[in-house]
Design a binder for this molecule. Structure first.
Ligand SMILES: Nc1ncnc2c1ncn2[C@@H]1O[C@H](COP(=O)(O)OP(=O)(O)OP(=O)(O)O)[C@@H](O)[C@H]1O
Length: 606
C-alpha cells in the first residue's frame, strides 16, 4: 500500500500539459496547405519528377499488352519471328527507358522532399522565434523541440516518396482498370468484386491508425519534455538524491512511448496483409473465371496472360496507396501540430505603420497600467510612474511584488492588460519592436550563455562590434580580469548555458554584453545578486560612469546597491506603495525604511 502511494507521488511529480491529441477529421484544406510548400518547386523539380513518373508509369502500362496480346497472340501465335524480334527490342527499350526514368525520379523526388523539409523547418523556427513570452510560458522546451524535429521529420517520407507514389499509383490504377475493361469487361467485373470489401476494411482501420499515430507524437513529446528537464535539472536531482525516482518516472514515460508505438505499428501492420489476402482471392477468381472464358473462346491466352500481369500490378498500387494513406495520416497528425504553432500569432505585434525611434531618449511613463499573466492573479494594479530620460530608478519590494513584470512591460515582452506604457511620449504599442528592443538591454540574474567563445557571447547583441570594443566593455564591468585568466582568454569556448563559468562570472559577461549594445535603457534585474561585494563595488563604480546618459531600471533585493538611485519605487502586491530618493524614503519611515532596517539587522546578526 505504502509502496503504491510512493509511486503515485512520483507519478504526480512532473506534468506536461499542453500537448493534447488534436482530434480533427481528415482535412483537405490542411492537406492543401501542406502541399503548398511544393509551390516554390513547381517550375523545376516538381515538373521534372512528374515527367519521369509519367514515363515510368506509361512503360509499366504498355508492357503487359505487348507481352501478352502482341507477343503471345500475334507474334508467337502466327509464328511471325520478325515481329517477335521487333517486340523483344521494343520491350527491352521500354524497360531501359523506365529504368533511367526511375533513377531520375528517385533523385529529384529526394531533392524535392529535402527542400520542402528544409523550408518548413526554417518557416517554423523563424515563426517560433517571433512568438511572445506567453507562448513559451505555456510550453516546455522539449515539446517545442519535438515539433521542430520529429514532426517535421515525419513529413519527410511523405514528401520524398509518398506524394509522387500517390500520383504514380493513382495513374497506374486508373490505367490498369481502363485497359482491363477494354480487354475483357466481364473478367474485370468479376475481379473487381473484392474492391468494396477491401475499401470497407481499410476505411475502418484508417481512423484507428490515425488516432494511434497522434498518440505516438503525444507520448514522444512527453518523453522529450521530461528528458530535457531531467538533463537541465540533473544537478538538483543529484543534490536531492532523486535519481532513482527520476529513473522510475522516466521508465513510466518511456514505457508509455513504447506502448503507443507498438499499438500504432500493430494497427499499421494489419493493412498490408489485408491487401495481400484480397490479392490472393483476386488471383483465384482470375484463374477460375479466366479459364472458363478461354474455354468458351471469349478471350485469348494472350489476353489472359496480360490480365495476370495487370492483376499482379493492380494490387501493388492499391497496397502502396494504403501505405501512402498511412503516411498521409501520420503527416496529417504532424502537420496539425506544426500548423498549430504556425497559426499561433505573436500576442505582442506591431502595426504596419509602427514608429521607428532611431534615437530613443529613454523617457518612460506608465499610466494606470494593469497586468496579469493569467486570469486568476493580478501582477500589476493601476500602476502610474514616470522615469525621466537618464534617470536611475530602483524597484524594490517583496518577492512577487511585480518588479520584473514592470521590466517585462518596458521591453514589451507582454502588453499591458489595461492602461498605457509610453516611451518618449509614444505609446509603446505604436513603436517598432526591433527599434524598441535594440535600444534596451536587460541583464537578468539567470544569465544565458550560448555555446561559443567568450568573445562571441559578449558580442551577441552587437554582432558588428570589434574585438577592441568587446574588450573595452569587459574591462568596464570588471570581467576582463577573470577572462584573461581563462585558458584561451576571450577565445575560450564555453558550452551551452556556460556551465564552466561561475554564476558571478556569467553575470559579468552579461553586463559586458548589455553595455556593448550601448542601450538607451538598461534594465538590471537582480543583476548584481550573485557577485561578491568587492566586485560589486567595482561594478557600482563602473556603472556610475556607464549609466550616464542612459535610463536605468535597477531591481535589487540588496538595498545597499540602490542607495544612489535618483528614485526608488517600492512595490507591494502589484501596487506602488512609496516613491522617492533613499533619504526621502528613510525619513518617511515606511515600508522602505523597514526593509532597510531589516537588512541591516540581518547583517548585524551575520
Ligand atoms: N510568466 C508568468 N506567468 C504567470 N505568472 C507569472 C509569470 N511571471 C510572474 N508571474 C507572477 O506575477 C507576479 C509578479 O511577478 P514578478 O516576477 O514581477 O515579481 P518580482 O517582484 O520581480 O519578484 P522577484 O523579486 O521574486 O523577482 C507573481 O505573483 C508571479 O507569480
Amino acid at each position: 500500500m505504502k509502496e503504491r502511494e510512493e509511486k503515485s507521488i512520483i507519478k504526480e511529480r512532473f506534468h506536461y500539459s499542453t500537448d493534447q491529441v488534436i482530434e480533427k477529421p481528415f482535412n483537405w484544406q490542411q492537406m492543401w496547405r501542406l502541399f503548398s510548400y511544393m509551390k516554390p518547386y513547381s517550375k523545376n523539380l516538381l515538373p521534372l519528377a512528374v515527367i519521369t513518373v509519367l514515363l515510368a508509369t506509361a512503360v509499366r502500362l504498355i508492357a503487359p499488352i505487348i507481352i501478352g496480346v502482341y507477343t503471345l497472340d500475334h507474334a508467337i501465335g502466327n509464328k511471325d519471328m520478325n515481329l517477335l524480334m521487333i517486340l523483344v527490342g521494343v520491350i527491352g527499350g521500354l524497360y531501359t527507358l523506365s529504368y533511367v526514368a526511375n533513377i531520375f525520379r528517385i533523385r529529384w523526388m529526394n531533392m524535392l522532399g529535402q527542400n520542402i523539409i528544409f523550408d518548413l523547418r526554417k518557416h517554423l523556427f523563424t515563426h517560433v522565434q517571433s512568438l511572445s513570452h506567453r507562448f513559451f510560458d505555456q510550453r516546455s522546451a522539449g515539446s517545442i523541440l519535438v515539433r521542430i524535429m520529429n514532426d517535421i521529420n515525419s513529413l519527410q517520407e511523405l514528401f520524398t516518396n509518398g506524394v509522387i507514389n500517390l500520383l504514380m499509383d493513382f495513374l497506374l490504377l486508373i490505367g490498369i482498370i481502363v485497359i482491363l475493361f477494354t480487354l475483357s469487361p466481364e473478367l474485370t467485373i468479376a475481379i473487381m468484386i473484392i474492391l468494396p470489401i477491401m475499401f470497407f476494411i481499410s476505411t475502418n482501420l484508417r481512423k484507428k491508425i490515425r488516432r494511434s499515430w497522434q498518440m505516438v507524437r503525444l507520448k514522444q513529446s512527453k518523453l522529450n519534455s521530461h528528458l530535457n528537464e531531467s538533463i537541465q535539472g540533473i544537478r538538483v536531482t543529484q543534490a536531492f538524491t532523486q535519481e532513482k525516482e527520476n529513473i522510475e518516472f522516466f521508465d513510466g514515460v518511456n514505457t508509455e512511448n513504447y506502448d503507443s508505438w507498438r499499438d500504432a505499428t500493430r494497427k499499421n501492420a494489419m493493412f498490408r496483409p489485408i491487401v495481400e489476402m484480397t490479392n490472393a482471392v483476386g488471383s483465384a477468381i482470375l484463374i477460375w473465371y479466366g479459364a472458363t472464358l478461354i474455354a468458351n473462346g471469349s478471350i485469348t491466352i494472350g489476353v489472359f496472360v496480360s490480365f495476370a500481369f495487370y492483376l499482379g500490378m493492380f494490387w501493388e498500387p492499391i497496397s502502396r496507396l494504403g501505405q501512402v494513406y498511412n503516411q498521409l495520416l501520420m503527416g496529417m497528425a504532424s502537420s496539425e501540430r506544426i500548423f498549430e504553432f504556425l497559426d499561433e500569432k505573436p500576442i505582442v505585434s506591431e502595426t504596419e505603420d509602427a514608429i521607428h525611434l532611431d534615437e530613443m531618449k529613454g523617457h518612460i511613463e506608465f499610466k494606470d497600467v494593469e497586468f496579469s499573466y493569467d486570469e486568476t492573479r493580478t501582477a500589476l494594479n493601476k500602476i502610474s510612474l514616470t522615469i525621466n530620460a537618464g534617470q536611475t530608478v530602483a524597484l524594490v519590494g517583496h518577492t512577487g511584488s511585480g518588479k520584473t513584470t514592470i521590466a517585462n512591460l518596458i521591453s514589451r515582452f507582454y502588453d499591458a492588460t489595461n492602461g498605457e506604457v509610453k516611451i518618449d511620449g509614444n505609446p509603446i504599442k505604436d513603436l517598432a519592436i526591433s527599434s524598441l528592443r535594440s535600444q534596451i538591454s536587460v541583464v537578468l540574474q539567470d544569465t544565458f550563455i550560448f555555446s561559443g567563445t567568450i568573445m562571441e557571447n559578449i558580442r551577441f547583441g552587437s554582432p558588428d562590434a570589434s574585438d577592441e570594443e568587446v574588450i573595452r566593455a569587459a574591462k568596464a564591468v570588471g570581467a576582463h580580469e577573470f577572462i584573461s585568466r581563462l585558458s584561451n582568454g576571450y577565445e575560450t569556448e564555453v558550452e551551452e548555458r556556460g556551465n564552466v563559468l561561475s554564476v558571478g562570472e556569467r553575470q559579468l559577461l552579461s553586463f559586458a554584453r548589455a553595455l556593448l549594445a550601448d542601450p538607451k535603457i538598461l534594465i538590471l534585474d537582480e543583476a548584481t545578486a550573485s557577485i561578491d561585494t568587492e566586485t560589486e563595488v567595482k561594478i557600482q563604480r563602473a556603472l556610475k560612469e556607464l549609466l550616464k546618459g542612459r535610463t536605468a531600471i535597477m531591481i535589487a533585493h540588496r538595498l545597499s546597491t540602490i542607495r544612489e538611485a535618483d528614485k526608488i519605487i517600492v512595490l507591494d502586491h502589484g501596487n506602488i506603495m512609496e516613491e522617492g530618493s533613499h533619504h526621502q524614503l528613510m525619513d518617511q519611515k515606511g515600508i522602505y525604511y523597514e526593509l532597510v532596517k531589516a537588512q541591516y539587522r540581518m547583517l548585524d546578526v551575520g
